[in-house]
Design a protein around this ligand. Sequence first.
Ligand code: AHR
Length: 346
Amino acid sequence: MKRMLNRVARGLAASMLIVSMIMGLTACTAGTKSENGFENEISDSKLVVVGFSQVGSESSWRVANSESMKAALSEENGFELIFDDAKQKQENQYKAIRRFIQQNVDYIVLAPITETGWDDVLLEAKKADIPVIIVDRQVKVSNPTIYTGWVGSDFQKEGEKAVKWLEDELELRGRAQDEISILHLQGTIGATAQLMRTRGLEKALEEHENWSLAALLEGEYTEAKSYEVTKGFLEENPDSPIDVVYCENDNMAFGVMRALDEAGIAYGGEEGIIIVSFDAVRSALEACLEGKINLCVECNPLHGPRVVKIIQELEAGERIFKESYVEEEIFSYRDITREVIDSRTY
Ligand code: AHR
């Protein structure tokens, strides 16, 4: 009965959502508190209630992603968004999802920190008949029906594009046969973005006998951590040759660049250490135009409208793709233009 009522309410919300989006109407909400203090009923039928569990705010990419979600899932667009910042802790994501279930939200959106550990909590959401949409990184679960769909980047393709560019760049420099020493800065261990970007480099290391790792450092996707571990590495290994730094996001690249600056080591351009980075946020593209970063591999954070589209399709009773990949490009210091940077909103 509850499920039926939910469906009727969601159907109603769908029609109201479409009407309000067309007419640009702003809806208002009403909530009631239960004994446990949670808002159990946020049930103005005009609004579709979405609980979003976000990873944290570790990077410029993440900040842009949160802004995109907030702007798209706005009251003006017919949504009530309950935003939860997990501060890079998976336990916080479990708590948020369980809270969303108690609040009886219409949809749960999850940006998972790591791929594993989701079976129990997502099964609870499924039992409560709440569709779960995964964004950005992926989840590995034993029963794929416990989530409805996923939208995000093809992180494996990103890794492959990065190493292909590196092969071509070394060829252009006449260094294809040289010994190449690579410093690898990894993001949050177990996140799809880390696993797949790492896989790209690992595969290339197997294929190129003359490529080797100078070190594998964990930068947790933050500038501060990446700066700290790179500085430590350079101090302990002043004579270690570095030809390439492979950074699994832009903020980590900024941390590395700061450590290299302080150590007086040249990077970028045609002569210095080759810096490869992922995300291609505006500040990284600026650094690419200046020649400080050699390659920016794009990872698009603007998932808000994509999630809205998925919800609209579900509300209309349509089938959605289980997985939707976003198209992305690469930008190198050889071909980046001012126009590209000016068109970047984040
Ligand atoms: O999952 C996407 C990755 O997470 C981005 O590359 C990184 O900047 C973010 O923190």
